[in-house]
Write a protein that binds this ligand. Structure first.
Ligand SMILES: [Zn+2]
Length: 211
């Protein structure tokens, strides 16, 4: 398994994300952040939505949700993550720790860590898709939840990253963040993280040899 696309295929063989439309984009650099996301509507459908009146918006159901992922090797993506998207890297390192620290010995986990972090990121986006399906693909509901998430309270996440500098061993660092970070994540991000954790826990025994 060498690419993000192949990782998605692996998940599909285990019954995860089978019905999801994935768009793989050739991308690099700072655009990686924008190209690793769940999109509740296509650009075209989004334009239609914008023109609707408030009443119609509230009942509008998306037919075009998809997950956008970079068409890149796992190795290159891991390098980019550490260099450019460190907040995301750290968040998912914590989620991997929460999911698997009881199921694997530390050495094995360390060897696969980069790949598991990317897997957790993919599962997080699938979590958004699952969440969207639960609200019947109602775009208005999703937007409301998103707005809640981007509230000033979330600035705390940036502050927490600064704490990292004061921590010493990797174990203490991760454990400490695992506790705090998890409590700070709110709304749709918390739900997607919870999906990533529970799914990673469940599927890891089945896919560990392929990771
Ligand atoms: Zn998210």
């Amino acid at each position: 398994m060498k690419t993000i696309q192949e990782m998605v295929e692996l998940l599909k063989t285990h019954g995860i994300a089978k019905d999801i439309d994935f768009h793989f984009q050739i991308t690099a650099g700072h655009y990686l952040r924008d190209n690793f996301c769940f999109e509740p509507v296509s650009m075209e459908e989004s334009h239609k939505y914008d023109k609707l009146c408030e009443v119609s918006k509230r009942v509008f159901k998306s037919q075009t949700s998809y997950i956008c992922l970079p068409d890149i090797s796992l190795e290159d993506f891991a390098i980019n993550l550490k260099n450019r998207l460190y907040d995301i890297f750290l968040n998912h390192k914590i989620l991997v720790y929460i999911s698997l620290h009881k199921s694997d010995d530390g050495r094995q986990l360390a060897e696969k860590l980069d790949r598991l972090i990317i897997l957790s990121m993919i599962l997080h986006e699938i979590g958004h898709w699952e969440d969207f399906k639960k609200c019947d693909c109602m775009l208005y509901v999703m937007m409301e939840e998103r707005n809640k998430y981007y509230s000033p309270a979330n600035e705390n996440i940036r502050d927490l990253q600064k704490i990292e500098a004061f921590l010493t061993t990797e174990e203490v660092k991760i454990a400490h963040f695992a506790h705090i970070y998890h409590n700070y994540m709110e709304g749709i991000e918390k739900t997607a993280n919870e999906y990533a954790v529970s799914t990673l826990k469940k599927i890891y025994p089945m896919i560990s040899s392929a990771i």
